[in-house]
Write a protein that binds this ligand. Sequence first.
Ligand code: NDP
Ligand code: HEM
Length: 498
Amino acid sequence: MADRPTLTTTAGAPVSDNQNSITAGERGPVLMQDYQLLEKLAHQNRERIPERVVHAKGWGAFGTLKITGDISRYTKAKALQPGAETPLLLRFSTVAGELGAADAERDVRGFAIKFYTSEGNWDLVGNNTPVFFVRDPLKFPDFIHTQKRHPRTNMRSTTAMWDFWSLSPESLHQVTILMSDRGLPVAPMYMNGYGSHTYSFWNDQGERFWVKFHFKTQQGHKFYTNAEAENLIGKTRESYQEELFGGIERGLFPKWTVQFQVMTEAEAERTSYNPFDLTKVWPHGEFPPIEIGVMELNRNADNYFAEIEQAAFSPSNIVPGIGHSPDKMLQARVFSYADAHRYRLGTHYEALPVNAPKCPVHHYHKDGPMNFFGQKTGNVDAYYEPNSFSGAVEQPAAKEPPLPLSGAADRYNHRIGNDDYGQVAALFGLFDAGQRSRLFSNIAAAMEGVPGAIVERQLAHFKRVHPDYEAGVRAALKEAHGYEASSISQEEKSEAAE
Ligand code: NDP
Ligand code: HEM
């Protein structure tokens, strides 16, 4: 025991007995003066922080981005220059489940990367799908409500999900991916990641390019069927953590090929679809992916809570050479994440070791709860700006090129003039017979208990994609639940048609 460290209070004083409370007599009540007991109980009461409002269940690891291509003509970002190597943290997640949810559940997977670049943190907070359920941020909280628990039953509601989706046809692309094989990957290394939104690159000449990021798995795509996942969850709820953490411990380092698509500002004026619409991809035939490098995960966190649970990713974190785009969803996310972090982790969440940039940080924010770093202005007398005391100053070279914008401020109906079916048809066309059959049965399973009027409204959307899509789901519904359209009342049918 002599070589073991001494147990202390948090104030550093040695603890003489960590087994027995101080009591009045052998059988007596405990005394207030037993501060060690009070401290242990008080700390325990503060062990939990709010879970993420979405993407609560997650798995993460550290790694490296290595740049092999030369894209210096598009971006001045130092982390993307030829030969650059940048440390990173990647957190995968499911969207809807809570902190204790089973890993092998059908859901979109989060794919959030924090690149610790020499110019500040660049966070790419994406998913394993290239598109999303909604295209206007005003609908995001409504959508998430349909994924979470019903206020009365406290259970998830398939009716709410399909009601919302069938009333929001822009969701069809993402719903089809979710219900396809890629909606239930075997583990995080067997799926792609996508930045999903359109972002921008800008170079030293002040030219801007619109871009989309892709991370292609080098492990290949592997998925579970619903039946396999149900069987697995009966045995373990932590299959992703086991595979990712266990694999990295054994030296199996997963890799992704990093690619991007690029569109000039002039090209963006000419596409048949809105290139800033998050429910759309840019077809590879028109905008071929260009390889940039390789991303590898090679180190587990030593403390899950400190390094993964307290990780704070935000699309607002960009670095010179990388910018946002007019995508409405992205604009809202620029606000939402840091706001969530201040609530979930506290004012100085960015000073936590896992979130702290690995480059010098200077700012004039002051004080606040748990400020353990003092002042970061560069000089003790410089606590405001401008000042005459060598405090940190702005850097004009970091200024993004101006973005011309036009148009009257209004609430534009995003359901008018947007084709919600064409790209879904292209995806449906990629599926072979087996993939289609699993798509149909996955949808039928997910529709159990949904009122006929809502089912019919959704089937009408499938029909607009391809008649075989609707027929396939209808047949699967009959097989799974004995569903028949003829059993729905006329009143329900006309409601669905509206
Ligand atoms: P391509 O045939 O050139 O590209 C197809 C893309 O679809 C590939 O990236 C491929 O990813 C991916 N894919 C293949 N099978 C599936 C599946 N079962 N579920 C989800 N994605 C799959 O065609 P287009 O670029 O014209 O796109 C056609 C459709 O493919 C789109 O409407 C979209 O639904 C889907 N898609 C397109 C992407 C894009 O950025 N253009 C990205 C992802 C999907 P991989 O190479 O890893 O197999
Ligand atoms: C997590 C909001 C759309 C991917 C979160 C969190 C919030 C949020 C508040 C929790 C953050 C935290 O507590 O740390 C929103 C809003 C959206 C939106 C308001 C739309 C308007 C999207 C989209 C994607 C996405 C389109 C992917 C393309 C993620 C991921 C996480 C997350 C991966 C988990 C990050 C992590 O691992 O910590 N989102 N989100 N979200 N979101 Fe979104």
